[in-house]
Design a protein around this ligand. Structure first.
Ligand SMILES: Nc1nc2c(ncn2[C@@H]2O[C@H](COP(=O)(O)OP(=O)(O)OP(=O)(O)O)[C@@H](O)[C@H]2O)c(=O)[nH]1
Ligand SMILES: [Mg+2]
Length: 366
């Protein structure tokens, strides 16, 4: 029996992790066994913490994207197979990554075709980002080289999934779907809400079809590398402790508000700012996200109780100098924890620009 390999791509903040959780729930309800694979340029991932907290077998690939760490991808799948024998792997590539057809799907099919059935490539979009990229809506956007990466992601999609349909009126949704169909005619376009579950069946249904046998697209790797490197990356793991119990939800919210205001002052566009706070005791988890500098702070999971000790994971990806991102996050953390009477000690912190993508394999034809 071959296991399904289902890749859920799309730009930073589009809703890949949220959608993957829904897909995992759907498959498990059908009696399937799933294994989840997360991926990032470095360690300390909010997504891994979030998925593992839901009880799913999860493997994390760090230190580069799937395409550049192809061996780690198949190793992770084998590890999950030993532990949980999944018959469906759901994999979330790094949100700044493209050319997945040539560097992941075709090599998997060619080298491991006996082990995996490769599902069509889904690329999720945040509707506001997509509308700005297509010129349907005005507002703060990324620079042209970052936009190149964004467009390449859509150009290779079998399925373009407009996510967050709960935020759209019917006319807005239709205009966006039509513009995407015109610009990316190779893809089937669906509109879903990974948050509410609305219309997800349309997407799930498309995943059962075979992936399209098209040749891979052309990619200018210099431009791709430059676009990716314009995005600053920051991952930090921070231990929080206090004598008196404190409100973790309020603390997360305040950190986000301060970071958002300072990045706006620096004219830096956020791609995705996300945090999890896990108390040392119990399974509670608070999650907070911001997917645009002008966007609103969202807390999809709130902590149920006050806490005294916990682990805070911060992942920030924004179009700006990583040193500046680090200064902004450190200053916000220092200010907010001081005001809350909480001690913060940084256990792990990295900030950098992603390196040039150098795929392990690149196969143009399936
Ligand atoms: N309104 C709304 N928000 C959503 C929906 N799906 C996801 N979100 C929110 O969008 C934000 C980003 O979601 P994630 O699932 O973390 O996005 P991602 O694509 O995995 O992000 P990266 O891993 O950073 O690339 C979170 O605040 C989610 O709660 C949706 O259908 N509707
Ligand atoms: Mg994610």
């Amino acid at each position: 029996m071959r296991a399904d390999y289902i890749m859920v791509g799309g730009f930073l903040g589009a809703g890949k992790t949220t959608a993957m959780l829904q897909l995992a729930g759907h498959l498990v309800a059908q009696g399937r066994r799933v294994g989840l694979i997360t991926n990032d340029q470095s360690q300390g991932l909010v997504d891994t913490s979030l998925l593992a907290a839901q009880g799913y077998p999860t493997a994390e690939i760090t230190g580069g994207c799937f395409c550049c760490r192809f061996g780690s991808l198949t190793d992770a799948a084998e590890r999950l197979t030993r532990d949980a024998r999944p018959d469906a792997f759901l994999a979330e590539p790094v949100g700044s990554c493209t050319d997945l057809r040539a560097t992941v799907q075709y090599p998997l099919r060619r080298l491991y075709g006996d082990a995996y059935r490769v599902a069509p490539l889904s690329v999720l979009v945040d509707p506001t980002r997509a509308a700005r990229m297509l010129g349907l809506e005005a507002g703060r956007a990324f620079s042209p080289k970052v936009t190149y990466v964004y467009e390449k992601q859509l150009e290779e999609a079998d399925i373009i999934v407009i996510n967050k349909r709960d935020l759209l009126g019917e006319a807005q949704r239709e205009a966006l779907a039509q513009a995407l169909r015109t610009r990316f005619p190779q893809a089937t376009v669906v509109a879903v809400s990974a948050r509410t579950g609305d219309q997800l069946e349309d997407w799930f249904h498309l995943l059962a079809a075979p992936a399209s046998p098209r040749d891979a697209m052309d990619v200018d790797y210099d431009l791709y590398a430059e676009g990716e490197a314009l995005l600053g990356w920051l991952n930090a793991t921070v231990r929080l402790s206090a004598i008196a119990s404190f409100d973790g939800n309020a603390l997360l919210h305040q950190v986000a508000m301060v970071v958002q205001a300072r990045l706006a002052d620096n004219d830096i566009e956020i791609a995705h700012f996300k945090m999890t706070l896990a108390p040392d005791m119990g399974n509670d988890l608070g999650v907070l996200n911001l997917v645009r500098t002008e966007g609103s702070v969202e807390a999809p999971y709130l902590l149920a109780d006050l806490l005294t000790h916990g682990e805070l994971i911060i992942n920030l990806r924004a179009e700006g100098d990583p040193d500046r991102l680090k200064q902004v996050v450190d200053a916000a953390l220092a200010q907010v924890t001081r005001e809350a009477g909480v001690r913060a000690s940084i256990e792990h912190s990295e900030h950098f620009r992603p390196g040039r993508p150098v795929p392990t394999h690149r196969l143009v034809a399936p």
